[in-house]
Design a protein around this ligand. Structure first.
Ligand code: ZN
Ligand code: ZN
Length: 359
C-alpha cells in the first residue's frame, strides 16, 4: 500500500488568495439623484446657516452663497463661515439641499497686472477655497478675471497660474472650481469659450469646470430668444469645452440687449431673453442634470420666490415655496434696521444696486 504523500505544498485555492477589500467608492452626493435642481443665490446676512432655510423656504433645492462679504477683502480665512461650518453642514444635510455653490468675491482678479492686487487676489482665492471646503461646497464659481489691455493669452496664463498658486496645499476633496463665462465687458476674460478652455488646459491637475450664465451668454451675442440661438451656443460650448464640463447654469434674464456686453440681470421672463427662451434652456436634454441657479434682483418683497416658482413651472413642476416665510428681501430689511435709520438716499442706492445685480 502506498503511503499517502505528505507535502508541505498546499493545493492552490483561489479563495485563499489575499484579496484586499475593494476601496469603497465614495457615495455620490445625495442631491445627484437625477431630480431637477433649482437654486437661488441667497443672502448670508446675519448667520450663514439662515441662507439654507431661506433657500428651502423659497422652494429651492439648491443654492448659491458668498462665504464672506463679496465686496471687501476679508482678513485671512477666518470668518463666521469656518466657525459655524459643522452646524451649517448638518442643517444642509437635514434640508437635503444641493449642490451648494459658492461664488467668489467680486474683487478677486487673478489676471490683474497690478502686482499687489494680483497677490492679494491669489491669497483671497486661496481663502475662498479653504472656506468652500470647510462648508462642504460642491462648486466654487469664479469670474476668470480682467487683463489690462495686454494680449488675452497673457491674461489666460496669469489666471491659470493664479489658480494653481491659490489651490496649492489645499485638499479639495469633492470641491470643483468653475470658471464663469462673462458678458465680455472691457478686458474681461471668458466671453469666448476658447478662453475658458485655454485656462482649463493649463491646469490639468485641478478639478475645474465651467458655469454658464445665460445673461452673460446673451450679452456676449448668443441669441437665446430663439431655439437656433440656443443650439448654436450649445454646439459652440460642446466644441470648445465639452458639455460634460458644464456643471452649473446661472439662470438670469438680461436687461442688456443681445451682444451689448452689458452684465445686468433681470427677472425670469421680464428681460430680453424671455420666458420661452428659459423654457428651452431648462428642458434641453443636453443640459439635463445641471444645477440651475438664479441670480436675479430683489426689487420687491417676494421677487426671489416668484423667480424660483417660475423655474419650477417652466420644468413642469409645482412650485414648492412656503407662503409667508422669510425671504431674501426680509433679510435685507433686517440688515438695514440693524444699521440704524435708513436714509432715503441709501434706500435709493440699495434699490439701484439690487436692480442691477450681477454675478
Ligand atoms: Zn452669474
Ligand atoms: Zn458670477
Amino acid at each position: 500500500m502506498e503511503e499517502p504523500q505528505h507535502s508541505s505544498v498546499q493545493p492552490y485555492l483561489p479563495s485563499d488568495e489575499y484579496r484586499p477589500e475593494p476601496e469603497a467608492k465614495p457615495l455620490p452626493p445625495n442631491w445627484l439623484d437625477g431630480s431637477t435642481r433649482i437654486g437661488i443665490h441667497t443672502s448670508i446676512a446675519g448667520d450663514i446657516r439662515s441662507a439654507l432655510d431661506i433657500a428651502n423656504n423659497l422652494g429651492a433645492n439648491a443654492l448659491q452663497i458668498f462665504s464672506a462679504s463679496p465686496r471687501m477683502w476679508s482678513r485671512g480665512v477666518g470668518s463666521n463661515a469656518i466657525a459655524s461650518s459643522e452646524r451649517f453642514r448638518a442643517r444642509r444635510a437635514e434640508l437635503k439641499l444641493g449642490p451648494l455653490v459658492i461664488h467668489t468675491n467680486y474683487l478677486i482678479n487673478l489676471a490683474s497686472c497690478q502686482r499687489v492686487l494680483r497677490v492679494r487676489s491669489i491669497q483671497a482665492f486661496h481663502d475662498e477655497i479653504v472656506r468652500a471646503v470647510a462648508l462642504g461646497a460642491d462648486f466654487l464659481v469664479t469670474h476668470p478675471g480682467s487683463g489690462c489691455g495686454v494680449e488675452m493669452s497673457a491674461a489666460v496664463v496669469a489666471i491659470a497660474d493664479g489658480l494653481r498658486h491659490a489651490a496649492r496645499g489645499v485638499k479639495l476633496g469633492g470641491l470643483r472650481i468653475l470658471l464663469e463665462n462673462t458678458a465680455g465687458q472691457g478686458t474681461s476674460v471668458g466671453s469666448r469659450f476658447s478662453e475658458l478652455r485655454a485656462i482649463l488646459d493649463l491646469c490639468p491637475e485641478l478639478p475645474l469646470g465651467v458655469c454658464i450664465d445665460t445673461a452673460h451668454l446673451f450679452a456676449a451675442g448668443h441669441d437665446l430668444r430663439r431655439a437656433e440661438g440656443l443650439e448654436r451656443a450649445l454646439a459652440e460650448i460642446a466644441g470648445a469645452i465639452g458639455l460634460h464640463r458644464v456643471f452649473v447654469i446661472h439662470v438670469n434674464d438680461s436687461k442688456g440687449a443681445l451682444g451689448s456686453h452689458l452684465d445686468r440681470h433681470e427677472h425670469i421672463g421680464h428681460g430680453k431673453i424671455g420666458r420661452e427662451g428659459f423654457r428651452r434652456i431648462l428642458n434641453h436634454p443636453q443640459l439635463a442634470g445641471r444645477a440651475f441657479i438664479l441670480e436675479t434682483p430683489i426689487d420687491r418683497p417676494g421677487d426671489d420666490r416668484r423667480n424660483v416658482d417660475a423655474l419650477w413651472r417652466l420644468v413642469g413642476e409645482k412650485p414648492r415655496s412656503v407662503r409667508g416665510a422669510a425671504d431674501g428681501f426680509a433679510v435685507r430689511r433686517r440688515g438695514a434696521r440693524s444699521r440704524g435709520k435708513t436714509s432715503v438716499a441709501r434706500r435709493a442706492r440699495r434699490k439701484k444696486t439690487s436692480a442691477t445685480r450681477r454675478g
